[in-house]
Design a protein around this ligand. Structure first.
Ligand SMILES: *Cc1c(COP(=O)(O)O)cnc(C)c1O
Length: 203
């Protein structure tokens, strides 16, 4: 189980405090904010994950400054990241973000498009397809929390039985991490439960 500390809206000093406790992997959603913190923390040996929505004009800096991207939901973005990943860096680790039935309005590839997207991304040599990510709607009931995670696990298993070698199931946040782990999560993305409430809770 991997713990990704989601540090959007947190200061570089807050990240440094978490790093001093041994946390190495940080997830960010806003590019400019992330780049500033990467500069401030350049001496720490940290791993940076981009987890927010991606516009085309942001791909170059994401390809240049991150180790992982969890939020690939269309081929155009994957192709740009592939083309823009610098030669001297290892391939960019990526997860495909899936829009599950329980989350009609969020970004993510539709389940119908997932197989084709996975096949296309697998063919991009500067990307390394690692797994799937989802961001289900927040619900309180534990059994209802489990349903979309079970669905994502099934998609992941199907891809792996079709020859993929995915090792990352990025699912679970502060309010539903137990349900995600019960359904096979390999990586939980945790903000509030590490750093406390965000000052702008909608972000
Ligand atoms: C903000 C965010 C998280 C963390 O949410 P918490 O509820 O603070 O744990 C996880 N994943 C994504 C994609 C996010 O945007």
């Amino acid at each position: 189980m991997q713990l990704l500390a989601v540090s959007k809206n947190r200061t570089a000093a807050e990240l440094a405090a978490a790093a001093a406790c041994g946390q190495r992997c940080f997830g960010e959603s806003y590019l400019q904010e992330a780049l500033a913190k990467q500069t401030a923390l350049a001496d720490a040996d940290l791993e940076w994950h981009f987890i927010g929505p991606i516009q085309s004009n942001k791909t170059r800096q994401i390809a240049e400054h991150f180790d992982w991207v969890h939020s690939i939901d269309r081929l155009k973005i994957a192709e740009r990241l592939n083309a823009q990943r610098p030669e001297q860096l290892p391939p960019l680790n990526v997860c495909l973000q899936v829009k599950l039935s329980a989350e009609p309005s969020k970004s993510g590839a539709s389940i119908d498009n997932l197989t084709a997207l996975a096949a296309a991304v697998q063919g991009l040599s500067r990307l390394r397809l690692r797994g799937l990510m989802a961001l289900p709607a927040a619900v309180v009931d534990f059994e209802r929390q489990r349903q979309p995670f079970r669905q994502l696990y099934a998609l992941y298993s199907t891809l792996n039985s079709n020859g993929y070698q995915l090792d990352t199931l990025s699912m679970g946040m502060s309010n539903d991490l137990e349900a995600a782990i019960a359904e096979g999560s390999t990586l939980v993305r945790i903000g509030t439960a590490i750093f406390g409430p965000r000052s702008n809770p909608s972000t």
